[in-house]
Design a protein around this ligand. Structure first.
Ligand SMILES: [Mn+2]
Length: 348
């Protein structure tokens, strides 16, 4: 496995220089953030990003994410042009030596939380989700601030989008995903880029929008839509793990050869559809992080790992979920578990 860390570009207060000092850190997960969704990423911009990352002594490992335009998800408007653009971006990324690209197929809202700084008794804070609070939220009120949400929508633009989605069922979304994969995976195979879909976070419907990548059966269905190793998964144990029905260790063993990218984080399930994000350590939450890492080791996992969201600790201020300290502790913890698995294996 290769340990990586997400970096939000030149504006990120967590600089490449800091990231490279984390023990065992090999690579960077990032994207180009200032190109409008649906437009082509020019090769020269990608090469410049690669050069910047490599100058810090790290490798540019995974692109997270190339965003999928809403017309593609809705199956309307300019979807063919946006799919062509997506394919051109994939080709350009391959020319720059990238071999893994993450994306998601969540309508309108990316990852969603009700609180950005839930306070823990030890003075740290983290992202949290309370289903009752989310049910009371009105995305059209204009007061909502969601971390994974494209805030560039105008109120009217968002209203129109939600109206359009009100006619789209889960089955429509599956059809639109298949239409997208039939075109994109062909190109991914040709240029040898492993596509990795991130599951829906949280893995249930919010604001009445359909969400389909939520459980083992849906991952199985996704992999069968286009049966190729280039149609793969970004298994996010925090996203899937908030649903107690999702057995992550079983998923790892079932889909090992199709998992190209892994997000590791722990969550504390505090109620029915309520959770807080916690430290990566197994004892800190509801997920068996050791069991998860061990399962990857047993499968001979060669893909990318990254510590996912962390808490804000030691007084750090910054992008919710994406501070330096707690994610660095997560990376070191996961590396420690991996080393233990390796050494015990050698002794057998
Ligand atoms: Mn994730």
């Amino acid at each position: 496995m290769r340990m990586t860390f997400r970096w939000y570009g030149e504006d990120d207060p967590v600089t490449l220089e800091k990231i490279r000092q984390i023990p065992g850190m090999k690579g960077i997960v990032t994207a180009i953030y200032d190109i409008p969704v649906g437009e082509v990423w020019p090769l020269e911009r990608i090469l410049k990003l690669k050069e910047t990352v490599e100058a810090s002594g790290l490798e540019l490992s995974v692109i997270e994410s190339v965003p999928v335009h809403e017309d593609i998800k809705m199956g309307c408007g300019d979807r063919d042009r946006y799919i062509d653009n997506f394919c051109t971006t994939i080709r350009n990324l391959a020319k720059a030596g990238i071999d893994c690209v993450c994306y998601n197929f969540m309508p309108v809202f990316d990852w969603t939380r009700s609180e950005l700084a839930f306070q823990f008794p030890d003075g740290s804070n983290a992202l949290a989700y309370k289903h009752e609070t989310v049910l009371k939220m009105n995305p059209l009120s204009g007061e909502l601030s969601l971390p994974g949400w494209d805030s560039s929508y105008t109120k009217d633009g968002l209203k129109l989008l939600l109206e359009k989605y009100s006619k789209i069922t889960e089955e429509d979304l599956w059809d639109n995903l298949k239409y997208f994969l039939d075109r994109v995976i062909k190109v991914a195979e040709e240029v040898k880029i492993k596509m990795a879909i991130h599951p829906d976070d949280p893995p249930w419907s919010i604001f009445g929008l359909p969400r389909i990548i939520t459980c083992k059966a849906s991952l199985e269905r996704l992999l069968k839509l286009y049966d190729s190793k280039y149609n793969g998964l970004a298994l996010c144990c925090g996203a899937l793990g908030v649903s107690p029905d999702n057995d992550l260790i079983d998923m790892i063993h079932s889909f090992a050869d199709r998992i190209h990218f892994t997000h590791i984080r722990n969550v504390n399930i505090s109620g029915d559809r309520d959770f807080e994000e916690v430290a990566h350590h197994t004892d800190a939450g509801s997920l068996d992080i050791f069991g998860i890492v061990h399962a990857y080791h047993q499968e001979g996992y060669k893909g990318y790992f990254r510590p996912d969201h962390g808490r804000m600790i030691w007084g750090e201020q910054g992008r919710p979920g994406y501070g330096l300290y707690d994610r660095a502790l997560g990376a070191v913890y996961i590396n420690g578990l991996w080393e233990a698995c390796e050494r015990l294996e050698e002794k057998k």
